[in-house]
Design a protein. Structure first.
Length: 222
């Protein structure tokens, strides 16, 4: 259905611009389709995206029915509302598919936890730092907790210095999302991975995975 065909359906002048107004009524967030579009006129878009212009609602509905398609209100707040001729069932299905795909792609970030003592020795620190780096490389956030005991609670600067050191040491892999703060007898800081860390980690795993021989193909002996 081309623009010429659509324009021809309104050659009698029924589609000429009129006063741009809409009927009153309660506001609804649900998409209005076909006879549920209760306005005197709409700005019509054809099934191929062609701009038809402002037409009477009766004419827009007739064109949609003649094409065995639906009239869908796509911009209800415009004056007059914008409607497009389309297959609404197919449109709803494709929209739902896109929404599901979007939800799948919105990977829920896992928060790992790493606990340290304020007077940790260098060997243990390097071990803990390695854990934090692996978590960040995998795309996880890391909550770092400094655990104070006894008189250590009177030396909060030890915790601040340790967290600052760790944040600087892992800056290549992540950043400080939540700065160090006192949390009861503990002190916490949250590190977040740089954007794309999880995607890079997955790509690296796939690159390192050994290639499987094709079906029926025997592996070459060394």
């Amino acid at each position: 259905m081309g623009p010429a065909f659509l324009q021809g359906l309104f050659a009698d002048g029924a589609g000429s611009p009129k006063e741009e107004r809409t009927l009153g009524g309660p506001i609804s967030t649900e998409t209005r389709v076909n006879e549920r579009i209760r306005v005197p006129e709409v700005r019509l878009i054809g099934p191929g995206g062609e701009q038809v212009g402002i037409v009477r609602i009766e004419d827009a509905l007739r064109v949609a029915a003649d094409a065995d398609l639906d009239l869908v209100e796509v911009a209800p707040n415009a004056r007059p509302p914008v409607c497009k001729i389309m297959d609404y069932g197919k449109y709803k299905y494709e929209t739902a598919q896109k929404a599901r795909e979007s939800r799948r792609n919105q990977q829920q970030t896992v928060v790992k936890e790493q606990k340290l003592r304020p007077k940790i020795d260098d060997h243990d620190y390097e071990t803990k730092k390695g854990h934090v780096i692996r978590f960040l490389e995998a795309g996880s956030k890391v909550k770092v907790t400094i655990m104070f005991r006894g008189r250590e609670q009177s030396r909060p600067e030890l915790g601040y210095r340790l967290l600052q050191r760790l944040g600087a040491d892992v800056a290549e892999y992540g950043y400080v999302e939540t700065a160090a703060k006192q949390d009861g007898r503990n002190m916490t800081m949250v590190l977040a991975p740089h954007r794309g860390a999880k995607t890079r980690a997955k790509a690296a795993q796939q690159a390192e995975a050994p290639e499987r021989p094709a079906s029926g193909e025997q592996p070459t002996p060394n």
